[in-house]
Design a binder for this molecule. Sequence first.
Ligand SMILES: *[C@@H]1O[C@H](CO)[C@@H](O)[C@H](O)[C@H]1NC(C)=O
Ligand SMILES: *[C@@H]1O[C@H](CO)[C@@H](O)[C@H](O)[C@H]1NC(C)=O
Ligand SMILES: *[C@@H]1O[C@H](CO)[C@@H](O)[C@H](O)[C@H]1NC(C)=O
Length: 481
Amino acid sequence: MRKQSWSAWLTLQRKNWPLVMVTLLSLSTAVVLVAKSSSSSPVTCSCDRASDREAGEVPLVRESVPSRGESRGRSPSPLDFMKSKLVLLVSHELSLSGGPLLLMELAFLLRGVGAEVVWITNQKPADPDEVVFSLEHKMLDRGVQVFSAKSQKAIDTALAADLIVLNTAVAGKWLDAVLKDDAHRVLPKILWWIHEMRGHYFKLEYVKHLPSVAGAMIDSYTTAEYWKNRTHKQLGIKLPKTYVVHLGNSKDLMEVAENSVAKRVLREHIRESLGLRNDDLLFAIINSVSRGKGQDLFLRSFHESLQMIQEKKLQVPSMHAVVVGSDMSAQTKFELELRNFVVDKKIKDRVHFVNKTLAVAPYLASIDVLVQNSQARGECFGRITIEAMAFQLPVLGTAAGGTTEIVVNGSTGLLHPAGKEGVTPLAENIVKLATQVERRFTMGKKGYERVKERFLEHHMAERIASVLREVLHSAQSRTRS
Ligand SMILES: *[C@@H]1O[C@H](CO)[C@@H](O)[C@H](O)[C@H]1NC(C)=O
Ligand SMILES: *[C@@H]1O[C@H](CO)[C@@H](O)[C@H](O)[C@H]1NC(C)=O
Ligand SMILES: *[C@@H]1O[C@H](CO)[C@@H](O)[C@H](O)[C@H]1NC(C)=O
């Protein structure tokens, strides 16, 4: 399953990106030339950004964090106090899913300020795995040391580290399994980063040490509240000091989002690949396809919205939906259900399925509205939401979980209830955004402003820095006493 998504991603990179890159390069160079030769005329935002760049540099491949020995001219980071600190990162697995990728981002932020960073993966596939191989090499290239989770080197690092970050609840299994009687010695310097809200994580086997660690860092207030409730009621344990840290958009993503030339190229490219015209109205849901993410309910809403438009004879552009995140081999039954639905309802020509991909920017550049339809308790945070807002897209989201902390109802998007009772409200919201063009644009702009105010990488780095500072401090005082 992962191999396939990975190779789909690589395929996209290999086959399509060079084309996009070349186009981008020639266009952005042209923009630089125009900007330089007409310095007296008003310079647009994208020109301004392009002229800051060295000529010939391709925007999309720039690394956001300097690798070892490349920190010349780096602006100060809120994480600078982590320089020379030894940090052990414990990942429950290594895959292209949100948790591990986020921990890798932290690894690179810490490397960027000169911390010594060691990575271990608790659960690895028995056979050689393309994804694990690639991600490990990406880390090694950037000066992160990768040790085996059960090695003596990993144990020594844990004992010597200034700070240990356990990523996800499941990573807790590593403590007893590997450290055994030494586990209690490292608990005071553990920061536990939690990104999940599903019931099966509430097991003592995973989280029994949670009360004794230095702190828990959780992606949204709703998730933190839920963990507090569940651990207390179900397991009879108390959370340690808990910090809510909203995530931020990477610099790479913001760079594309703010480059109107890049966006236009990507938009044309993706729309062409889907067979869409520039003025077709495109609603997207971008999540791994599964019932929890609500693609089925979204398609029902989309179908209902088409009926409403027909009944009321509303004048709107041709409406389309794209479901990005398909994986036929993983969720076959559910995927087939979605395919059958669009055939039954005769909307097959309007609904497009795209395989799982890490490269979401091209899709964000080419759609008009993002739908975040995660069900039940919703997203823990939902990074795609802030990514879409960076692209000035309005968001139609479920009033659940982290989405309610990101989307301002009525301003940056519209919220609808989770579950079946949300189908009609979402359909109505789809119609609203299809018919009210000005409102759609205004919401997109408001969303972008909100991202610039609080959901950028530097905001996240600042929030994480203040947590790490406290955890280091408490670790030092607790291990000394
Ligand atoms: C947590 O429990 C309190 C009191 O029982 C309840 O009001 C609140 O809604 C719960 N929060 C979550 C996120 O489950
Ligand atoms: C999408 O994935 C399926 C298998 O899950 C594969 O057969 C198909 O070729 C992929 N499509 C693209 C465009 O890569
Ligand atoms: C969102 O705002 C609309 C009005 O703009 C309101 O009808 C709806 O109940 C609100 N939804 C939530 C979940 O707050």
